[in-house]
Design a protein around this ligand. Structure first.
Ligand SMILES: NC(=O)c1ccc[n+]([C@@H]2O[C@H](COP(=O)([O-])OP(=O)(O)OC[C@H]3O[C@@H](n4cnc5c(N)ncnc54)[C@H](O)[C@@H]3O)[C@@H](O)[C@H]2O)c1
Length: 382
C-alpha cells in the first residue's frame, strides 16, 4: 500500500503545537496507516516560539502571519492551537481556504462562535474538520467504551466522566489567558476541560435531556504580569449533573471539570454502572480497567466482584509497540491524529473517531445551559 502524503501546518506553536509536532514524528509507529503526514510549516506571532521547530527538519516554512499558510498550495491540513477568543476567526479562515482542520477545543469561545464555524463548514464541505480530544484514546478508555457498547451494563444505573487538575491550588500562580473570561470565554473551566468529558458521552449517544450546573470561582484574583493583583474571573470547577438516556432508560450522567481538585494532575476518569455490569477507567492508574460482575467464587457463593484487567498498549489504530507495554499522553495524541487523518482519507470505518463539529456545538449548548442552571438554581432542559 502506498500511503497518501499529507502536508501539515501548525498555527500556534505553544504547549499543544509542540506536542502535536512531536507526535507526528512518531508516525512510523502506526501499522499500515493510509496516510503519511509531514509537518512542513508553522506559524506563531511570537518569533521565539518558532525557534523550537528548528528541531524538525521537514519544516520549511516558519511565519508570524497565518495568512501565508492559507495561500500555500502545498499545505493540506492545518492544526490550530491558539487562545479561545481567536478560534472563530482563524478556524473560519482555514475552512474557507479549503484545507483540512484539526481545531483545538472548545471549538470557538461560545455558542455564537461555534455557529459561525459550522456555517463556514457548511459552505466548504471540502474542508474536513474535527476537534481535538485525545484522552479517550488511552487503551483503557477504549476498553471501557467497547464494554458499554457491548450491552454488558444491562439496565444502566449511572455514569460519570471527569477531568481533574490542581495546579491552580497555588494562589500565587500568575494569571494567564486561560483564567480570564475575555480570552477563555464565560464558560471558564468548561471551555478548557469540558470537551474531554463530553466526547465519550456524546459519542455513546448520551445527549443530556436536562442539566444542573454547579460552578465555582474559587480563586478570584491572581498576580498579573507586573506583580500587581488582577481579576481571575473564570469558573475554576464545574460539575454538571444531567439526565441522559441509554437504551431508552433515563439515568444520571455527571461530568466534572476541575482546576482545583487537590492531588490531581491531568486525571481523566470514566465510569458506567449497570445492573448487569460496570466499568471504570482512570488515567491515574493508566493500565488498569475495572470490570464489575456477579460471579461464583470457588469455595464460596455468588458475590459482586470488581475485576482488574491490564489494558496494554493497543488503542484504536494498531502500532508496532509491544501489546503488553504501557501507553501515555503522547500515545493518545498520536492515536487522535491517526483517526483524524484516516477519517479524512475515508478509511476509519466504524472505529472511534475524533470529535465532530456538531458534537463540539452540543458542548456549548450544554455549557450555556449549565451556566443558566447555576445562576437560576434550577435544572435546565436542553
Ligand atoms: N487537547 C488538549 O489536551 C489541550 C491541552 C492544552 C490546551 N489545549 C487547547 O489548545 C489551545 C491552545 O492552548 P495552549 O495551551 O497550546 O496555549 P499556549 O498559550 O501555550 O499557546 C498558544 C500559542 O498561540 C500563539 N498565538 C497567539 N495568537 C496567534 C496568532 N494570531 N497566530 C499564530 N499564533 C498565535 C501564541 O504566541 C502561543 O505560542 C486552546 O484552545 C486550548 O484550550 C488543548
Amino acid at each position: 500500500m502506498t500511503a497518501e502524503r499529507v502536508n501539515i501546518a501548525i498555527i500556534g506553536g505553544g504547549l499543544m503545537g509542540r506536542e502535536i509536532a512531536a507526535a507526528i514524528q512518531r508516525w512510523p509507529a502506526l501499522i499500515e496507516h493510509p496516510v503519511r503526514p509531514r509537518l512542513t510549516a508553522v506559524c506563531d506571532i511570537n518569533p521565539a516560539a518558532l525557534e523550537w521547530f528548528d528541531e524538525i527538519d521537514t519544516v520549511v516554512t516558519k511565519t508570524t502571519n497565518y495568512q501565508q499558510l492559507l495561500s500555500d498550495d502545498s499545505i493540506d491540513v492545518i492544526y490550530v492551537a491558539v487562545r479561545h477568543d481567536l478560534h472563530e476567526g482563524i478556524y473560519t479562515d482555514v475552512i474557507r481556504s479549503g484545507k483540512g482542520l484539526l481545531a483545538e477545543k472548545p471549538f470557538g469561545i461560545d455558542g455564537d462562535a461555534v455557529q459561525a464555524i459550522l456555517a463556514a463548514i457548511a459552505e466548504h464541505p471540502e474542508s474536513f474538520v474535527r476537534c481535538s480530544s485525545e484522552m479517550p484514546f488511552f487503551p483503557g478508555a477504549q476498553v471501557a467504551i467497547d464494554y458499554v457498547r457491548s450491552g454488558a451494563l444491562g439496565t444502566i444505573v449511572e455514569a460519570r466522566n471527569s477531568f481533574l487538575h490542581s495546579s491552580d491550588i497555588d494562589v500565587n500562580k500568575p494569571i494567564n489567558w486561560k483564567r480570564q473570561t475575555q480570552f477563555c470565554g464565560k464558560a471558564g473551566v468548561l471551555n478548557d476541560l469540558g470537551m474531554h468529558t463530553w466526547h465519550v458521552p456524546l459519542r455513546l449517544g448520551w445527549v443530556p435531556d436536562s442539566v444542573y450546573g454547579v460552578l465555582q470561582n474559587i480563586v478570584t484574583e491572581r498576580p498579573g504580569p507586573d506583580g500587581s493583583t488582577v481579576d481571575c474571573d473564570t469558573w475554576d470547577n464545574a460539575v454538571i449533573h444531567s439526565w441522559a438516556r441509554h437504551d431508552g432508560v433515563s439515568f444520571p450522567l455527571t461530568t466534572e471539570t476541575k482546576r482545583i481538585d487537590p492531588g490531581q494532575k491531568n486525571t481523566w476518569e470514566f465510569e458506567a454502572i449497570g445492573l448487569d455490569g460496570g466499568v471504570r477507567f482512570s488515567t491515574k492508574n493508566p493500565k488498569l480497567v475495572e470490570i464489575f460482575t456477579v460471579t461464583t467464587v470457588p469455595g464460596g457463593g455468588r458475590e459482586q466482584v470488581w475485576q482488574q484487567v491490564d489494558s496494554g498498549s493497543q488503542s484504536v489504530w494498531p502500532t508496532v509497540t509491544g501489546p503488553n507495554f504501557e501507553s501515555g499522553f503522547s500515545d493518545t495524541i498520536l492515536q487522535m491524529w491517526a483517526v483524524f487523518l484516516a477519517e479524512r482519507h475515508g478509511s476509519l470505518g466504524d472505529r472511534f473517531g475524533a470529535v465532530r463539529p456538531e458534537e463540539a456545538a452540543l458542548t456549548h449548548l450544554i455549557y450555556n445551559a449549565a451556566i443558566t442552571s447555576h445562576s437560576e438554581k434550577r435544572a435546565v432542559e436542553l
